[in-house]
Design a protein. Sequence first.
Length: 163
Amino acid sequence: MMKRSFQTFLKGCNFVLAGLLALLGFASCDAGENAAMYGVPWKGYGVQGKVVDKTTKKALPGMEVKAVVPDSLSAYYPVAWRDKWLTTTDQNGNYLIEDTPDLEGYKLVVSDKDGETNGWYDTDTLIVDDSYKTEHLGGGGGWFQGYLTKMVDIALEEKEKDE
């Protein structure tokens, strides 16, 4: 009888400990940003620049700038990341997209989303090559981390007016 109650007690303890481990042990598993393991070097890339009128060189605020991965790789990048690579130019026509995809090349798509505010402009697509990734990474805290931003200025053509 004593042996049986001791086994029941151990089973109960095992059940409680397994439940606590399940609740507390997996709390650090996050679906968000993955932290690099200790001692693992990391790098980050971004793209920034200015959107201007091709003819007048006037800054264009309110333009949508989006980094787009190729269709063949879109399954590897979650939708939440793709939304992160979307921005709108500020009053001076400047834009900044941080943490862009680490690919050999991706597209920047610039669209006129502000309507008639600045006039109507054609959508433009540029390929961002990865030649800038051979430069020294700056902005890090040592040999094991760094960040590099590519400057890409974009000149849009105004749409021809239909008469």
